[in-house]
Write a protein that binds this ligand. Sequence first.
Ligand SMILES: Cc1cc2nc3c(=O)[nH]c(=O)nc-3n(C[C@H](O)[C@H](O)[C@H](O)COP(=O)(O)OP(=O)(O)OC[C@H]3O[C@@H](n4cnc5c(N)ncnc54)[C@H](O)[C@@H]3O)c2cc1C
Length: 292
Amino acid sequence: MRVLSNPSLAERTSLRLGGWALAEVCIEEEQDWEKLPEVLHRLGGAPLVLGRGSNVLAKDGELPLILLRVPGQKGGSWGQEETSVQALAGQSLPGFLAFLQRHSLSGLEGLTGIPGTIGGAAAMNAGSYGCSLDEYLERVQLWTPEEGLFWRKAQDVRFGYRFFDPGLQDRFWVVTRVEFKALHKEDPQAVRQNMRRVYQQKKQTQPILSRTCGCVFKNPDPESPAGALLEDCGLKGFRCGGMGFSEIHANFMVNHKRGKTHEALALIEIARERCRNRFGFELELEVRVIGD
Ligand SMILES: Cc1cc2nc3c(=O)[nH]c(=O)nc-3n(C[C@H](O)[C@H](O)[C@H](O)COP(=O)(O)OP(=O)(O)OC[C@H]3O[C@@H](n4cnc5c(N)ncnc54)[C@H](O)[C@@H]3O)c2cc1C
């Protein structure tokens, strides 16, 4: 395994914000998992798994964290059935979707345009355009310091909207591998068309090429998307220093240039206050604020 001192969060997150963690541990081979408890103990600090950092808002300064990076691979490997496929948690989600397309497997096209890793997508139960990861999950391989590596079936995991709970109480857990099921054979051109359609739709309605973390807040319910509520509160395009809510989609926060974490947090507070005063409820964060 590789261990690096003082990794920059700004360099590892899509918002390009944040200070430094104490260390970064990169798992490189299967045996590294056995050594990991001792390494984490020696380094001190709270372990935090970081994928591509596309759903993370990191605080400034020195953060008492040990970043854990898990391995990926190109493509995927075949699971227990002909239409089930496994991917390592560090594999990129877009790269995995391209692999499915090449193998004529349909089902997950709605996830097109979501950056990040397979592990991050599982831990967030990522979803869009009526498709969420849990619908196609057969089982997930996890690691805990106490049990090492083990598989858990999808029916033994609790899922919800951007919610994944493998039922390990307060233990530190890591998604290391995911197996998808029930993908169906389809003409590869049709899969490509579906992916292209989703991507084009997103490009027109979301600032997917800017420095963002995707949606800042969860939708209170499907009928009341947070973006529409924020727009009603006059926050579309609203800026605080170098950070602002997007002109295209009010629930996307954009780092325009040299934005700061304190400006991002101030925007979040303003949005919550306006929403509370206008609609009488609290917006819940979708982005993970780290370094508290
Ligand atoms: C332009 C843009 C568009 C987006 N659109 C969408 C969308 O449509 N739908 C959607 O759901 N999300 C969207 N997102 C948010 C984000 O891409 C997803 O949540 C993504 O799945 C996060 O993956 P990641 O690898 O970047 O995770 P990270 O941001 O690195 O981590 C997110 C959380 O998951 C945990 N985590 C990561 N990997 C693991 C692991 N292996 N084991 C355990 N925990 C882990 C982290 O500790 C953290 O709490 C968007 C983001 C951007 C920037």
